[in-house]
Design a protein. Structure first.
Length: 94
């Protein structure tokens, strides 16, 4: 089993309010396309200002790789919501 991190920007997809637990979302895959498999772990990272950055949830890949609107993507089932827990010093370094 592998794990992937999918990054969202608060201006375009605010992980603080969505998705809801159990919801499936489409995530763009830029790298490691040949590694994507149904059931792999996925983590949801919110980018932005220091006060917003962090992991907001995790789930599992609900599908393999697909082409959607000319982009490579997969579907991820959002299973658990997390409070951002990465220390500020680590976030500054990212």
């Amino acid at each position: 089993m592998r794990a992937f991190i999918f990054k969202a920007n608060a201006e375009s997809y605010d992980l603080r309010v969505r998705p809801q637990v159990g919801e499936e979302v489409v995530c763009k895959v830029d790298r490691y396309r040949s590694w994507v498999r149904t059931g792999d772990l996925c983590f949801f990272w919110l980018d932005g200002t220091l006060s917003l950055r962090g992991l907001y949830g995790w789930g599992r890949l609900a599908s393999g790789l697909h082409r959607i609107d000319g982009l490579f993507a997969t579907r991820c089932r959002f299973e658990h919501r997390l409070e951002p827990f990465i220390p500020e010093a680590v976030v500054r370094a990212i």
